[in-house]
Design a binder for this molecule. Structure first.
Ligand SMILES: NC(=O)C1=CN([C@@H]2O[C@H](COP(=O)(O)OP(=O)(O)OC[C@H]3O[C@@H](n4cnc5c(N)ncnc54)[C@H](OP(=O)(O)O)[C@@H]3O)[C@@H](O)[C@H]2O)C=CC1
Ligand SMILES: O=C(O)C1=N[C@H](C(=O)O)C[C@H](O)C1
Length: 236
């Protein structure tokens, strides 16, 4: 992803590459930049963000692995050192953002909802950040609608067979050679099911969203923004 960002920033008429960085020891190379884009590793990203916030540099973050604990820490750091804005997008694909948005819209109408994500086998984390966020959005929409937990009569299970649970929603992670990044959200009610599927065919597909983030991050309303939705007018 880092290489794709370098290509995209160099090709865009209104952005200029300051530096490409391959590890924490090289951070000083980005001092003076307006914005840093982070696609690194879930174990590395918080250290990078602590440093960027301390140096007042805006951050556009694609790296996965953000739970409520990490977001709370970032809010605290941004309160203590105002100046930098941070945009964390679980997925920069415009179609992926729409898939999450449509899933949240559909959620109140179905008894059952589960998420299946499929990725290349080099991925470090499971479930994907996109699947985690999708499940959170579906769970919140179900709660707002007052839905009961999805029906499930399972009483005997090999551990993991029903996936992980995020916000009460089962999430299943597949790692398949030849794939890039894909997700299905499966909804069901009596006599009808709805499947919303998203496929990323290449890594270039994330770049319009990344460049949008780079252009907009400094002007975002709050110090921390989660998801590309507000930049696309998808706020309801
Ligand atoms: N939000 C989105 O739309 C997308 C998010 N992602 C997420 O982005 C992250 C990266 O994915 P991907 O590019 O495929 O992963 P890769 O493993 O291919 O690349 C990560 C790179 O980051 C480098 N790196 C590790 N730590 C640091 C650091 N502290 N500073 C600078 N560079 C560092 C690694 O170097 P080395 O190999 O030497 O460790 C490696 O070159 C993942 O969390 C993935 O889930 C991916 C695609 C889209
Ligand atoms: O690791 C990847 O490849 C991807 N990671 C992100 C995630 O965890 O959701 C976004 C996309 O799925 C590609």
């Amino acid at each position: 992803m880092g290489s794709e960002v370098v290509k995209a920033v160099e090709a865009a008429p209104d952005t200029e590459l300051v530096a490409g960085v391959g590890g924490p020891g090289e951070r000083d190379a980005v001092l003076g930049a307006d914005v840093v884009v982070d696609f690194t590793h879930p174990d590395e990203v918080m250290g990078n963000l602590r440093w960027l916030i301390a140096n007042g540099i805006h951050a556009v973050v694609g790296t996965s692995g953000f739970d409520e604990g990490r977001l709370a820490e970032l809010r605290g750091l941004l309160d203590e050192a105002p100046g930098a804005k941070v945009l964390i997008a679980p997925n920069f694909g415009i179609a992926a953002v729409l898939m999450m948005h449509f899933a949240a819209k559909a959620a109140p109408y179905f008894e059952s909802a589960e998420v299946i994500e499929l990725h290349h086998p080099n991925k470090a984390d499971a479930p994907s950040g996109t699947a985690y966020r999708t499940a959170e959005l579906i769970g919140a929409a179900r709660d707002r609608a007052g839905l009961a937990p999805a029906p499930d009569a399972t009483t005997s299970e090999i551990q993991g067979a029903r996936g992980a649970q995020v916000a009460g929603v089962h999430v299943h992670a597949l790692r398949i050679t030849g794939m890039i990044a894909h997700q299905e959200v499966v909804f069901g009610t009596h006599g009808e099911t709805l499947t919303i599927r998203h496929d990323s065919m290449n890594r270039e597909s994330f770049m319009p969203g990344v460049l949008l983030g780079v252009r907009e991050v400094a002007g975002l309303a709050g110090p921390l923004t989660l998801g590309l939705e507000p930049l696309l007018g998808l706020t309801d």
